[in-house]
Design a protein around this ligand. Structure first.
Ligand code: ZN
Length: 335
């Protein structure tokens, strides 16, 4: 039996809401292990770009260097073209270079009597990134300012060189592409995986989400016997982005990352033909023969096309409705 075919139907994804910041969808006829793996990969293992090294040239603001550096690290940067960058540890350079980093410079001095605010928009790219989008600070507010980094009063100045590098959230949370990922199954608790703690009346203290219960096959009948063989088959995902990647891109790259991880397991188990460190020859059994060639030539995730984003180019005002991924399907680096 196909383990993915829990109810005799094909995997089915149904979108309930989708826009530039959020993707809320149900995956049906899926299993809990894979659904949870996808959630974890989307949280922690999708490469993005974040400021990792800061050279402090001048800082006479009231905030300590470390404090400002920490804030800089948490500013979301556009990560749509991050696959064009190498991981710094895989690069031949010493420290950083244009192949593995983007340099942003922050230089501000307050000369007026009014308090000056320094925003993410004041971070200017001063290196030569591999594409025009990667590394731009994410700015979504109507004023076009982005996050506030520091306030300066007259005579105070801040001058920093920020080196943004590629990384994943498993290493540090600043590389997380998503602000939050909601994950739920069985909202009516028919499977009794939840043991609700209560003081007097669990029905009052744990209000039911009727919308989700109806989407999940309706509430249980009064005298419905407990089905101890039932397994969850329907999963509610709610993916919210911090801005560096669109929510649909987070989901697609999550699937892609998961496939790569599975392929590397198969590769190890089968003795690893092609000992160049790539996935030579190994393939996931669910991919209908899609291989993981050494340079991923022409690779596309099945059913997902070339990675075009539904949500356009986000806030950076780029051309049309595709991400740079249309041209370079998911890059060719291995892990
Ligand atoms: Zn380098």
């Amino acid at each position: 039996m196909d383990p993915y075919d829990v109810e005799g139907g094909a995997i089915n994804v149904r979108f309930l809401q989708a826009d530039q910041t959020r993707a809320y969808f149900i995956i049906q006829n899926f299993n809990l292990e894979t659904a949870n793996s996808l959630r974890r990969v989307m949280l922690a293992e999708i490469p993005t770009l974040a400021i990792d090294v800061v050279e402090v040239i001048d800082n006479t603001s009231v905030l300590a260097d470390e404090f400002v550096c920490h804030r800089l690290g948490l500013i979301p940067l556009n990560s749509k073209g991050v696959d064009d960058l190498l991981y710094s540890r895989d690069c031949d350079c010493e420290g950083y270079c244009d192949n593995c980093s983007v340099t942003l410079t922050l230089n501000a001095k307050c000369t007026s009597n009014e308090i000056m605010r320094v925003y993410a928009r004041d971070l200017l790219i001063t290196s030569n990134p591999p594409n025009v989008k990667v590394g731009q600070p994410v700015i979504t507010d109507p004023e076009g300012q982005g996050s506030c980094i520091v306030k300066l009063r007259k005579g105070q100045a801040i001058h920093m060189r920020c080196i943004a590098k590629k990384g994943i959230a498993k290493e540090h949370a600043k590389w997380a592409p998503s602000a939050a990922i909601g994950f739920e199954y069985d909202p009516a608790n028919k499977l009794r995986h939840l043991d609700l703690w209560y003081e007097e009346d669990p029905k009052k203290e744990w209000p039911e989400d009727h919308e989700r219960i109806n989407l999940d096959g309706g509430p249980p009948a009064e005298d419905e016997p407990f089905d101890y063989e039932a397994v969850p088959t329907r999963f509610f995902f709610d993916v919210e982005t911090v801005g560096g990647l669109e929510p649909d891109q987070i989901v697609q790259r999550g699937i892609k990352t998961l496939q790569h991880k599975l392929a590397s397991v198969i590769h190890e188990l089968t003795g690893g033909e092609g000992a160049d460190g790539d996935f030579g020859g190994a393939q996931s059994p669910t991919l209908n023969g899609a291989g993981y060639g050494t340079n991923d030539a022409g690779y596309t995730t099945p059913g997902y096309g070339g990675g075009a984003s539904v949500w356009g180019s986000g806030n950076t005002g780029g051309a049309g409705g595709t991400t740079p991924y249309g041209a370079t399907p998911y890059g060719g680096q291995s892990w």
